[in-house]
Design a protein around this ligand. Structure first.
Ligand code: NDP
Length: 331
């Protein structure tokens, strides 16, 4: 069984030498267990947080131990009556070829409903993050103006389209011309900002949203949050989903320097963790499959082939290599 270990804790941006591909032996399954062969695994920015040795909402990864993360595989051997050979399952033991389970924390997936890997993206954790952030945190109202950062990524691309389906004005920011094109042509957002090609993000946002913004869906933090605070309207809201611009920082960042604006503008800033909303999963799946059927949601995948390239796929998240969901296909 091949698996990827954390070899060293990254200092700043992760590098390939922080990861190590190793081969291990898996003991045979016993009564009540089943064996899964992974087909897809997810790489996600939150994994960077788990590579740090500090207190967080999830346990840190251990050096010399296998990494973990969302994955989809096929049951290839079973001594568990609920999980049969040939079943497709969603689990959290990515970064390896095979894993054993007694079924705890593992969900069966319906391979007829959508391509398997969609259950890691649009119908999985990232799609649900977009939905929870808009529906449960922002309590999105039709007609409002929303600014979305990392707008062409796994979460952001779905946020933009759910907001459009709710008749909102959407402004998206991204860092590559092809991402900007996708946001305009496919996601049909109303205005776009290539933040890497602008000298002053706040000015660019002001031009894109002359009447201000009502919701800022923050995937980036730092300069994006600071720009948003300049243009958020009175009684507006910031959905604090992620702050990827800070994840590799070796020193805490000083921004946003204009945080005091939340007082005068009576801004509500709220963080959330999608995991706390699993009771909403049926509502999410019902609404998302309806939006997909009505042609309101399109999704992209950036696929990296081979477990041996999983670390590169992960590192690529910080270089903006992905359009839509970044996935690794395990042969
Ligand atoms: P993405 O698919 O959006 O990939 C990350 C993207 O972030 C890159 O493609 C890149 O796009 C952009 N990016 C990277 N570094 C920077 C930077 N320094 N400044 C601006 N943009 C940057 O990832 P996800 O959709 O999986 O995650 C998006 C955010 O949501 C993350 O912050 C993540 O931690 C958070 N998240 C939170 C969850 C929760 O429960 N709260 C659950 C899931 C995700 P570009 O080319 O545009 O720069």
């Amino acid at each position: 069984n091949r698996e990827v270990h954390l070899h060293s804790r990254p200092d700043g941006k992760p590098s390939p030498s922080d990861f190590k591909l190793i081969t291990s032996e898996l003991s045979p399954i016993v009564e009540g267990e089943f064996l899964v062969k992974n087909k897809w695994m997810s790489v996600d920015p939150y994994m960077r947080g788990r590579m740090k040795d500090g207190e967080s909402y999830v346990e840190p990864f251990q050096i010399g131990k296998s990494l973990e993360g969302g994955c989809i595989g096929k049951v290839v051997e079973s001594q568990n009556s609920e999980f049969k050979e040939g079943d497709y399952v969603l689990g959290n033991l990515g970064w390896r070829e095979y894993w054993k389970s007694n079924g705890e924390g593992v969900a069966k997936i319906d391979a007829n409903l959508a391509p398997l890997q969609a259950f890691l993206g649009v119908l999985g954790m990232t799609g649900m993050t977009a939905w929870v952030g808009l529906k449960r945190v922002a309590e999105l109202q039709p007609g409002c103006t929303i600014f979305v950062s990392a707008a062409s990524g796994a979460v952001g691309s779905i946020v933009c389209q759910i907001a459009k389906a709710n008749n909102c004005q959407v402004i998206g920011s991204a860092g590559k011309p092809e991402k900007i094109e996708w946001l305009q042509d496919v996601a049909k957002v109303d205005a776009v900002i290539n933040y890497k090609e602008t000298n002053n993000l706040s000015d660019a946002l002001g031009k894109a949203a002359p009447d201000g913004i009502d919701v800022y869906f923050d995937n980036v933090g730092g300069d994006h949050l600071e720009a948003a605070l300049d243009h958020l309207n009175d009684f507006s809201c910031v959905v604090c989903c992620g702050m990827i611009s800070t994840y590799n920082a070796t020193e805490p960042s000083a921004a946003p320097r204009n945080l005091f604006k939340i007082i005068g503008k009576r801004i509500r800033m709220q963080g959330f963790i999608v995991r706390d909303h699993m009771h909403d999963r049926d509502d999410f799946l019902r609404e998302m499959t309806t939006l997909i059927r009505d042609d309101k949601i399109h999704w992209e995948e950036t696929v990296t082939d081979g477990l041996e390239n999983a670390a590169d796929a992960f590192i690529g998240l910080f270089d903006g290599d992905n359009l839509g969901k970044s996935l690794v296909r395990i042969k």
